[in-house]
Design a protein around this ligand. Structure first.
Ligand code: ATR
Length: 285
C-alpha cells in the first residue's frame, strides 16, 4: 500500500460496517491542517479477515502505521496485538493501534476523549465527588475509567438490567456501585455529575422523567451520544436549568492521541472541525 519513497504514515479505521465512520473526516482535516502527505482511510474488514489484516501490519507488508478499530472488532483485537496497555485492559476493548519498537500496541482513547471534552467545555468538572452513570454497556466502561482516574469518590451505575451494572461494579472496584433504574430519583440527590450512556429517547423510546434540580449546586449533565447533538436527556436537563455538555467533543478528542502517534504531530480540536462534523451529520440526517 505504501509507496517506498513516501515517508508519510498511512493509517486506517477498520470495522464492519464502516461506511458511517466520521474518523476519516476528522483525520483528513488534521492532515490538511498540518500539510502532511499521510493518509487515513476507512476499510471494511469482516471478522474472518481480521487476523490476516493484523498480521500484515505486524510484519510490515501492509505499510500501515496503525489506526482505529471499531465495532465489531474492539474486544477481539485485544487478543491479536502484541501489547495491550493498562487502559484498554481495564476497559476491555481497544480503539487505537500503533507500532512501537516493532511491536503492535493497543490502547483505548475513549476515556481520554470523555475527560478532555469536559476539560474543554466545563473546566473544573472533575472537582466533583459523586457521579451517576446511566447505562452499563461497552461505552460506559470508558466513562467509568475516566471518572475513577479523575478521583471521583463514588460512581453510581444505574441500569435497566441490574446484572450488567453489577458486572461493571465488580470489575472496577469499591468506588463503583450498581443500582436499578427505580433508585435513580434518590441517587440524583447531591450528585455532581450525570452521564448518559444509553440510547434512551432515540428511535421513539420513552425517556423517564428525571429531576436534575436535586443535584449539587453547579452540577453538570453530559451525554456520550452525539446524534442528535441535543439528546432528549440533555434537553430535559437544560429545561431544568442545568449546565450541559454534548457528546461530540468526546468523538473529536478521542481521535487526538492516535493522530499524534501515527503522524507525529499533536492536533487540535477546533471549532472549525466541530462545524465540519456537524455539517456532515446534517447532510446525512
Ligand atoms: P454501548 O456499547 O454503546 O454502550 P450497549 O452495550 O448496547 O451499547 O448498551 C446500551 C445501554 O443503553 C445499556 O445500558 C442499555 O440497558 P440494558 O443493559 O438494560 O440493555 C441501555 N438502554 C438501551 N435502550 C434502553 C431503554 N429503552 N431503556 C433503558 N435502558 C436502555
Amino acid at each position: 500500500m505504501a509507496d517506498l519513497d513516501d515517508h508519510q504514515a498511512h493509517a486506517f479505521v477498520i470495522g464492519d460496517p464502516i461506511g458511517h465512520s466520521r474518523s476519516p473526516l476528522i483525520h483528513g482535516y488534521w492532515l490538511k491542517q498540518a500539510d502532511l502527505k499521510g493518509s487515513y482511510d476507512a476499510v471494511r474488514i469482516m471478522s474472518a479477515d481480521l487476523p490476516a489484516f493484523v498480521a500484515a501490519i505486524k510484519d510490515g507488508s501492509s505499510g500501515l502505521a496503525g489506526g482505529n478499530v471499531t465495532i465489531p472488532h474492539k474486544e477481539v483485537i485485544l487478543g491479536l496485538v502484541d501489547d495491550v496497555d493498562e487502559i484498554a485492559r481495564q476497559i476491555g476493548a481497544a480503539n487505537t493501534l500503533w507500532i512501537e519498537d516493532g511491536r503492535l500496541m493497543a490502547t483505548n482513547t475513549d476515556s481520554h476523549g470523555f475527560a478532555a471534552n469536559l476539560d474543554e467545555n466545563a473546566p473544573g468538572w472533575d472537582q466533583g465527588k459523586t457521579a451517576v452513570v446511566f447505562g452499563a454497556g461497552g461505552a460506559s466502561r470508558a466513562v467509568i475509567h475516566a471518572l475513577l482516574s479523575r478521583d471521583f469518590q463514588s460512581v453510581l451505575i444505574v441500569n435497566r438490567t441490574i446484572e450488567r451494572a453489577r458486572a461493571l461494579a465488580q470489575d472496577f472496584g469499591s468506588r463503583v456501585t450498581a443500582h436499578g433504574t427505580e433508585h435513580l430519583p434518590d441517587l440524583m440527590r447531591g450528585a455532581d455529575l450525570f452521564v448518559n450512556t444509553t440510547s434512551l429517547g432515540m428511535g421513539g423510546s420513552e425517556v423517564p422523567d428525571i429531576d436534575f434540580t436535586v443535584m449539587a449546586e453547579n452540577a453538570l449533565v453530559t451525554d456520550i451520544v452525539y446524534i442528535p447533538l441535543e439528546t432528549p436527556i440533555l434537553a430535559m436537563a437544560k429545561r431544568q436549568g442545568l449546565r450541559t455538555v454534548d457528546g461530540l467533543g468526546m468523538l473529536l478528542h478521542q481521535a487526538v492521541p492516535g493522530f499524534a502517534k501515527w503522524f507525529g504531530a499533536r492536533p487540535e480540536v477546533t471549532l472549525e472541525l466541530r462545524q465540519l462534523i456537524i455539517a456532515d451529520m446534517e447532510a446525512h440526517a
